[in-house]
Design a protein around this ligand. Structure first.
Ligand code: N01
Length: 488
């Protein structure tokens, strides 16, 4: 415990979660903070995902910190460069950039029952200790390659969307794109005009919703700068839409049907060919997978150099991709838009709690945590964007702020009890989790496979409600939910 009973804190990850957490602590007088970041730059997914067209499909006035509104977003749905630059600026202006230790990849962390400290080791062999450990590694930081035979045999260039190989010139190439998620629908319209032939291997069609995008004009920038209330109105508008649509997840399915109608009309309007339209029509409830927003995805798929292949892939061979009908689709490049290891929380770090208990063992059947933030038997450990905190609709930054405020209260509580460790009560977490599972059972996420569910079908990633219902519940930490234990 540092001077003035201010616990020392180590944060893992310098994305929106880690930076938001550090700022919340800094603003409340905690100075002994370090952020351990494996890469050479901050930014998390906005640093890693450099694929063409990478942008956020949540409007920027909402996808930004409440305490750092930005009047000059170039577009309503800003590109990754703008978002990355915004996060850097926020970190610098709020005095947390200098707390980042770059190139520090955490491999394992261990709680010491005797001292009540965490010892955190990084890949270079360095060990650091702190009173509190906060993981802010996100849910989508580890790309997943598909489980398809023969991936290594392909003779051409192949890469994952989150590890885009910019040295590969796609002009005039035959390209196979595997996957039709939020990443693919952003880069397919960008690469389609360049390539000779694009074969899109679609296992499941997506629900695609029109994107009400706009470039903000210089007049709007001036207005937002001079009248901050105007930007707040825009933020409030998008927040309200997210709140309304999220009601469609559990309470009012009619709202989900309304959004589905919008998506169906979008498909009808943009795709005239009935055969292609049939291929692109989802046969599962909207919201089950993440809803996608695009105005240029369908038009790209109607171009003469694009083929949507729905026959299942059986293997990758040196010349290309073989499908179940025996056809070998010869290509020069394969792009895997196949998502992330989203259900493997905190993987591949080894985290040991009280009595050497391993977090991956506790989570063997699926990750769970009290409001996604804290786990019994792992004292003084907190998670930002942990299990069941992802949203079907809304802004993750809003969720991150809710968590940061709650975790800051936990750190303050700990500070008031020097020499103690703080741990959520197991019965409290179990009760919370039971209620959560009951509510999750009523969501559309049960009706298809997605990165929201683990191999056993358990929904480990999503919060079954609105961003505001989550915030309300985390507003005030109740010390009765926790036990304080004196160090041995
Ligand atoms: O990945 P995904 P993503 N054979 O997991 C297919 C966030 N994000 O990178 O649906 C054939 O959504 C798989 O098929 P299926 C956002 O939260 C945000 O696109 O399982 N296909 C699916 O089509 C998003 O949800 C933004 O049948 C295979 C695709 O690969 C999350 O990141 C932008 C396959 C994977 O889709 C992940 O999106 C981009 C196989 N063996 C991303 N294995 C914003 O704008 C997998 N697939 C904020």
């Amino acid at each position: 415990m540092t001077a003035g009973n201010r616990p020392s804190v180590l944060i893992i990850g310098a994305g929106f979660g880690g930076i938001g957490m550090a700022i919340e602590l800094r603003r409340n007088g905690f100075d002994d903070i370090a952020i351990l970041e494996r890469a050479a730059d901050l930014g998390g997914v906005w640093r890693e995902n450099t694929y063409p067209g990478a942008a956020c499909d949540v409007p920027s006035p909402l996808y930004s910190f409440s305490f750092e509104p930005k009047p000059d977003w170039p577009q309503r749905y800003s590109g990754r460069e703008s978002i990355h630059a915004y996060l850097r600026g926020v970190a610098e202006r709020n005095g947390v950039f200098d707390t980042i230790r770059f190139g520090a990849e955490v491999t394992d962390a261990e709680f010491d029952d005797a001292t009540g400290h965490w010892t955190v080791r990084t890949a270079d062999g360095t060990a650091r200790t702190a009173d509190v450990l906060i993981s802010a590694v996100g849910q989508l930081s580890r790309p997943a390659l598909p489980n398809i035979a023969g991936l290594d045999t392909f003779a051409g260039a192949a890469f994952h969307s989150a590890e885009w190989d910019h040295s590969v010139d796609l002009h005039g190439k035959r390209v196979a794109c595997i996957g039709t998620g939020a990443s693919a629908i952003q880069y397919i319209p960008e690469i389609q005009p360049k390539v000779e032939q694009l074969t899109l291997f679609q296992r499941t069609p997506a629900w695609v919703i029109p994107k009400f995008d706009t470039d903000y004009s210089p007049i709007q920038h001036r207005l937002f700068a001079r009248l901050p209330g105007a930007l707040l109105v825009e933020r409030f508008g998008w927040w309200s839409i997210a709140e309304f649509v999220s009601l469609g997840l559990v309470e009012f399915p009619a709202i989900a049907r309304l959004v589905a109608t919008l998506a169906e009309r979008h498909l009808r309007k943009q795709v005239a060919d009935p055969e292609l339209r049939a291929k692109l029509t989802p046969d599962y409830p909207i919201g089950c997978k993440r809803g996608l927003f695009s105005n240029d995805y369908y038009p790209a798929l109607t171009q003469p150099n694009v083929r949507v292949e729905t026959t299942a892939i059986t293997e990758v061979v040196p010349q290309g991709v073989r499908t179940a009908d025996g056809t070998v689709h010869e290509v020069d490049v394969i792009i895997y838009g196949t998502g992330f290891k989203g259900t493997e929380f905190l993987w591949p770090m080894h985290i040991y709690g009280r009595g050497g208990r391993k977090l991956s063992d506790v989570w063997a059947d699926g990750a769970h945590a009290y409001y996604g933030v804290t786990v019994p038997e792992f004292p003084n450990l907190f998670l930002v964007y942990g299990p069941n905190t992802n949203l079907g609709v809304g802004s993750i930054i809003y969720m991150i702020e809710s968590q940061a405020r709650y975790i800051r209260q936990a750190v303050e509580l700990l500070g008031r009890h020097p020499g103690h460790s703080l741990e959520v009560r197991a019965d409290q977490e179990a009760r919370f989790n039971e209620a959560l599972q009951q509510r999750l059972a009523r969501t559309p996420w049960n009706f298809c496979a997605s990165w929201y569910r683990n191999a056993a079908g358990r929904i480990t990633n999503n919060w079954p409600g609105s961003q505001t219902s989550y915030r309300r519940r985390l507003r005030k930490l109740d010390p009765a939910d926790y036990t304080l234990t004196p160090a041995a």
